[in-house]
Design a protein around this ligand. Sequence first.
Ligand code: SF4
Ligand code: SF4
Length: 83
Amino acid sequence: MIKEAGSSIRNKTGSWRTFRPIVTDKCIGCSICIWYCPENCIRIVEKDGKKKAAVNYEHCKGCLLCKGQCPSKAIESEKETSK
Ligand code: SF4
Ligand code: SF4
């Protein structure tokens, strides 16, 4: 079951975002980023037999704490262009 932080469900904090985190193929699915995400919007998904972090962009506010904490340097970021 997917859990979301209460505030992000109500506020869809994705609209706050200036920078978008991008999970690259360097991700080893260790889950550490999940523990640091204040919006609880990262999940580990399995694709082609490999575990990888996935960000729910409706709730990601772009704080990039995940990027700073990833031991594999697997999260990159780019400026949002949709605003
Ligand atoms: S901390 Fe980095 S390597 Fe670990 S799951 Fe998150 S993105 Fe992947
Ligand atoms: S940038 Fe990373 S830590 Fe911040 S809200 Fe988005 S997924 Fe969570």
